[in-house]
Design a protein around this ligand. Structure first.
Ligand code: TXA
Ligand code: MG
Length: 330
């Protein structure tokens, strides 16, 4: 599989020449990690079953988990799914951007069944990142792209994070600098009459409800509703350290992840998601901060309370997953 064929991973700044090389790798069924505005994605040709299987293998991801298909434009996306008027409105308002729409798959979509894990629906997104769109244009293929980390690890927001997890397992990593949003896309399921929020993410609920003109169904998605969103395992996004939530300050020997200025007298490894209580800055910093504190070696990372509004919903969702009991190293 891709892993065996690519003992070396090319790491390259994402200029035109590198994007052309990356597109050729994708056309050959090999895997390329690339930046999006949310997190780095691990891309493979969504029409090529071997490439999609390679994504699961490289990530060590359970294969019942469907992937998001990335496209350069809403027009390109219309080839793969049926857009009702709600979907068309949301696409017009938020694409390119951090919104993934789960829609009825078109019969002639031509996607590998592995991408959708055999479901009749497909998750589509148009990323808002120059490099991602240049790569999508150059490859001319729909790209399946989960976050470019080993399964169960924290999502990568820099090329170095990707390399730490996937070096030697994929053909190439395009370095486009740190990602701007820092959280994955918001996932909205439009296959039923009421729009359902499957995953909090880079676009907050209020913005979506304003365009839809109706409230979202946000009944929590748990592991039990497996056919709906099989990827939302509760112990996802786990650092190696334990995570203790809603901590005003660290206990002795804990690392600390703050929100706002750090409390006085903290001596262990500590940093703040945002010194100014800015939720957008906090989202962009979250995964890199967890990785740094994890690398500092504390057994537990204590995390300050984060407000539950706006992007705070998505940040708290990721933190709860990071703090969830682990099953066998997920
Ligand atoms: O920001 C993002 O969305 C990033 C970047 C790289 O674009 N991608 C990403 O992909 O987070 P991934 O594969 O890690 O997340 C896919 C999520 C999973 O939770 C999966 O269960 C859900 O989307 N999903 C995919 N297809 C689905 C479908 N047909 N029905 C319901 N959920 C679906
Ligand atoms: Mg992921």
């Amino acid at each position: 599989m891709t892993t065996a064929a690519t003992p070396r991973t090319i790491l390259a700044a994402a200029d035109d020449a590198a994007i052309a090389v990356a597109a050729a790798h994708l056309a050959a069924g090999d895997l390329v990690a690339f930046p999006t505005e949310t997190v780095y994605g691990l891309g493979g040709d969504a029409t090529n079953g071997r490439a999609v299987a390679g994504i699961y293998a490289a990530k060590g991801r359970p294969s019942f988990n469907p992937l998001i298909v990335h496209l350069p434009s809403a027009e390109a996306a219309a080839r793969f799914a049926v857009f009702d008027p709600r979907a068309a409105r949301l696409a017009a308002a938020f694409w390119p951007g951090a919104l993934t729409l789960v829609l009825p798959k078109r019969n002639d979509a031509g996607l590998s069944d592995l991408v959708t894990a055999g479901l009749g629906s497909v998750a589509l997104r148009v990323p808002d990142h120059e490099v991602a769109r240049a790569l999508l244009q150059a490859s001319g293929r729909p790209l399946a792209a989960p976050s470019a980390n080993r399964s169960g690890h924290v999502s990568p927001t820099t090329a170095a994070h990707v390399a730490a997890d996937l070096d030697g397992r994929i053909a190439m990593i395009l370095d486009g600098g740190p990602t701007a949003v820092g959280l994955e896309s918001t996932i909205l399921d439009l296959t039923g009459p009421v729009a359902r929020l499957l995953r909090h993410g880079g676009i907050d609920r209020a913005a979506l409800e304003a365009v839809l003109g109706a409230p979202l169904d946000d009944t929590p998605v748990t592991d039990d509703v497996a056919p709906v969103a099989p990827g939302l395992l509760s112990s996802h996004y786990a650092p190696a350290a334990r995570v203790r939530l809603d901590a005003a300050a660290p206990r002795p020997s804990e690392a600390f992840l703050g929100f706002g200025p750090l409390p006085a007298g903290v001596t262990g490894p500590a940093e703040t998601l945002s010194a100014t209580f800015d939720l957008t800055e906090a989202a962009a910093n979250l995964f890199a901060a967890l990785r740094r504190l994890d690398a500092a070696g504390a057994a537990t990372i204590a995390v300050a309370p984060i407000p539950a509004h706006g992007l705070g919903e998505a940040i708290n969702d990721r933190l709860r997953r990071a703090a969830a009991p682990r099953e066998g190293g997920g």
